[in-house]
Design a binder for this molecule. Structure first.
Ligand code: ADP
Length: 196
């Protein structure tokens, strides 16, 4: 049985994590951030080391170990009763990150919709990332060059996913707005996906 998934989509700094944390409190929704899965690894873990090597330069971790990390996590959550594939929806934040990852996930999930958080103002995004770097100790956001690489990787590798899934699934939300207004728009879209 395939897991029902809704993708939280958007460039770094668009606000996926902020919305995901709130939406994950709704009954039957589970928020899973791939960035958090990586950050929760121990540095002694070889994958944790790989993550540091790639993320510190703003690059994506290779696809196979990334997808395995996600699979192991969701199967654990199913086993311990945190996620019930028969009734629940997973809100995927940060994964898949390119078309190859989407293909690697296809046998386990089906995508019911995509919440595309779109921030038209590049300066706002860069400011958000730099503010977060200090608050959350995110070294990948501390340096302007790394931020630029992350934004470029998003444009080159991640954004093509929107075409891959097709426009019927994509719901674009203006994430230049305040978190409350983004949340309102996001909830409207979620309601529409649930009861079209
Ligand atoms: P953001 O949403 O701001 O880009 P994330 O927390 O999602 O931040 O990701 C931080 C870093 O973790 C990425 O730059 C990348 O190195 C790594 N990462 C997270 N998810 C993936 C993924 N699906 N594939 C490859 N690398 C990933």
């Amino acid at each position: 049985m395939k897991i029902r998934a809704i993708l939280l989509f958007g460039s770094p700094g668009a606000g996926k994590g902020t919305q995901g944390k709130i939406l994950g409190r709704i009954p039957n929704y589970l928020h899973v951030s791939s960035g958090e899965l990586f950050r929760n690894l121990r540095v002694q873990n070889p994958l944790g080391q790989l993550f540091i090597d790639y993320a510190s330069h703003g690059n994506l971790v290779p696809d196979e170990p990334t997808i395995k990390l996600w699979r192991d996590d969701i199967e654990n959550r199913i086993r311990n009763g945190q996620f019930n594939p028969e009734t629940d929806t997973v809100l995927l934040d940060g994964i898949p990150r390119n078309v190859n990852q989407a293909k690697l996930l296809e046998d386990r999930i089906y995508v019911a919709g995509i919440l595309n958080l779109y921030c038209r103002d590049l300066d706002i995004m860069v400011e958000r990332l730099q503010a977060r770097a200090l608050r959350q100790n995110r070294l990948d956001d501390a340096n302007l060059e790394t931020i630029k690489t992350r934004l470029k990787v998003y444009e080159d590798e991640t954004k093509p996913l929107l075409d891959h899934y097709g426009e019927d699934l994509v719901h674009t939300i203006d994430s230049t707005q305040s978190p409350v207004l983004v949340l309102r728009d996001t909830l409207e879209v979620l309601a529409e996906i649930e009861a079209p």
